[in-house]
Write a protein that binds this ligand. Structure first.
Ligand SMILES: *[C@@H]1O[C@H](CO)[C@@H](O)[C@H](O)[C@H]1NC(C)=O
Ligand SMILES: *[C@@H]1O[C@H](CO)[C@@H](O)[C@H](O)[C@H]1NC(C)=O
Ligand SMILES: *[C@@H]1O[C@H](CO)[C@@H](O)[C@H](O)[C@H]1NC(C)=O
Ligand SMILES: *[C@@H]1O[C@H](CO)[C@@H](O)[C@H](O)[C@H]1NC(C)=O
Ligand SMILES: *[C@@H]1O[C@H](CO)[C@@H](O)[C@H](O)[C@H]1NC(C)=O
Length: 501
């Protein structure tokens, strides 16, 4: 009997050891598999073909979390050298060729085995809208050439197209709210919560050829052409959005120059109050009147050269810029400008791209009061060309020349155009990036076209993680040990039973 009992104990010990062995093996296996296969990443590429330049954004996100929010990161923003694609209207093939260095860079970043599954888009904005207005054949040719160039790369290319102004505004709004996690938030317990509507922010975007304002108004939107209905994460948003074509920075400064020319007493001389005193340059009327945004004088004169002289006069500069806007508005409604309906601004706003850049150079993006902003711009505008060049020797000359005009324009757009005031000014946050991602329409565009923002609240939060696997394996082992222990006890009792017989 002693022997049998010993044998039984021996067997069960062996069994327990075997189970432990299997458990350890499983554990090691899962750990090893986790190490060899880190959370798989997905990539997405979006070309932002703007009026002044093109940039390629490379995004990455963990494949198992794609329905969450705030999980997309920006790996790279590659600036295409040369002008915007609309500038290649007369040599479209070069527009395609210009994209290649950035595509080559992307192919180095996206792992080879992921490339064919990488959604790739090209979206063109106001520069191409203007070209299409001038000659739609040329716009089509440019788009065909850039599509051909991207098509030569082993990516999942999903087309090159011109965004509407409303799309540009809406996607910018989606981008900033996605990055701020103001639409939906995943708490640390893994539960999805909808933050209150008041935390949703508005978006203010200033490009080279257009500007967009997009926000959640407190009232109903009277003009359906400015309304966008979005269903995101199970919530409906009725947002106001409008894009003003020609009111991007570059086109606005062109309109300013044309307006100064037409008001000029001396036909071949332009006194420019927004250019620094002592600055002088020649421009041709052909260059000045080459855009659909500027209206050529009613009595066309042969192409001529004009001499532009800076006078550095901030008051005259502000007055000249205000003349670019038409502030009359029909009765019973509130307007932005040029008769476009706009509800009063409401809540916090994030201002990016040109609005950020024009004020950042003057160190005015840190929440300064409006009076300080006004004073700083006024002071810069009175500085002579000689002085600003000495003060900022490394700064690009064109940027330096345009700083006064651009910052004065940005301020006029926000205050007189979009109707911010001394109080609501402090609700505008000037940013280039949020969560290390450049703010613009591209991320929102990709999120929408890849269905990464579900219209309903996501169900599953995270998959089984490595720690869960370990816990599961250990629990399984303990369970097996208990079962074997139990079996041993039963077996021994049975044996002792026979013995007593
Ligand atoms: C994301 O949502 C879509 C549709 O709602 C679903 O088909 C997909 O499986 C989800 N993906 C993940 C990783 O949860
Ligand atoms: C538009 O461009 C095409 C191709 O360059 C040219 O043949 C056509 O004459 C242009 N049309 C207009 C209206 O300028
Ligand atoms: C301003 O807009 C109104 C309509 O909104 C129009 O009647 C008026 O002619 C415009 N003024 C100028 C100077 O363009
Ligand atoms: C902005 O601040 C930096 C550092 O504080 C300074 O070097 C620069 O001159 C400032 N720029 C202007 C336009 O005042
Ligand atoms: C995003 O995509 C859906 C279809 O997937 C579409 O119905 C919706 O209007 C899009 N959102 C925007 C802002 O275009």
């Amino acid at each position: 009997m002693q022997m049998r009992l010993l044998r039984a104990v021996g067997w069960s010990l062996a069994a327990v050891l075997a189970v432990l062995g299997v458990a350890v093996f499983l554990l090691v296996l899962t750990l090893k598999k986790d190490a060899a296969l880190p959370t798989r990443n997905k990539y997405g590429l979006v070309f932002d073909a703007g009026s002044t330049h093109t940039a390629l954004y490379i995004y990455r996100w963990p494949a198992d979390k794609e329905n969450g929010t705030g999980i997309v990161s920006q790996v790279e923003a590659c600036t295409v050298s040369g002008p915007g694609i609309s500038s290649y209207a007369d040599k479209p093939a070069e527009a395609g060729a210009s994209l290649k260095p950035c595509l080559d860079k992307a192919m180095k970043i996206v792992p080879a085995e992921q490339q064919r599954a990488t959604p790739t888009y090209l979206g063109a904005t106001a520069g191409m809208r203007l070209l299409r207005e001038q000659n739609s054949t040329k716009a089509e040719q440019v788009l065909a050439e850039v599509a051909k160039a991207i098509g030569q790369y082993p990516v999942d290319f999903r087309g090159a197209r011109i965004l509407t102004g409303n799309e540009e505004g809406s996607f910018g709004w989606i981008t900033v709210n996605y990055l701020l996690e103001t639409l939906i938030k995943c708490s640390f317990t893994g539960k999805w919560t909808h933050p209150p509507a008041e935390v949703v922010v508005g978006a203010l975007d200033l490009g080279g050829a257009s500007t967009q304002i997009t926000f959640l108004p407190g009232t109903t939107i009277d003009d359906s052409s400015t309304k966008a209905l979005l269903r995101l994460y199970g919530t409906n948003y009725s947002i106001y959005t409008h894009s003003y074509l020609c009111y991007g920075e570059k086109q606005a400064l062109k309109m300013l120059m044309a307006s100064l020319h037409q008001d000029s007493q001396t036909p071949q001389q332009i006194s420019h109050p927004c250019y620094p005193k002592g600055y002088q340059e020649n421009v041709s009327t052909a260059d000045l009147y080459d855009s659909p945004c500027v209206h050529a004088p009613s009595t066309p004169s042969p192409a001529q050269n004009l001499t532009v002289t800076g006078t550095g006069d901030p008051t005259a500069c502000g007055t000249a810029i205000e003349k670019l806007f038409n502030f009359s508005c029909g009765a019973n409604r509130t307007c932005g400008f040029n008769g476009v309906y706009q509800p009063p601004v409401r809540g916090q706003f994030f201002a990016f791209s040109g609005l950020y850049h024009s004020l950042h150079f003057l160190n005015l993006t840190g929440g300064q009061s409006l009076s300080l902003v006004n004073a700083t711009i006024g002071q810069f505008c009175t500085s002579s060309w000689e002085k600003v060049q000495k003060e900022f020797p490394t700064m690009n000359r064109t940027h330096l020349r345009d700083t006064c005009a651009a910052s004065t324009y940005a301020l006029a757009l926000l205050l007189q155009g979009y109707k911010f005031n001394h109080k609501t000014w402090l609700n505008i946050h000037f940013v280039r990036q949020v969560a290390n991602v450049d703010v613009g329409w591209t991320l929102g565009y990709m999120l929408n076209l890849t269905n990464m923002i579900p219209s309903e609240t996501p169900q599953r939060v995270v998959g089984l993680q490595r720690s869960n696997w370990i816990v599961a394996t250990v629990l399984l082992a303990i369970m097996l040990i208990l079962i074997f222990g139990l079996l041993t006890v039963i077996c021994c009792q049975k044996n002792s039973g026979y013995e007593s017989l």
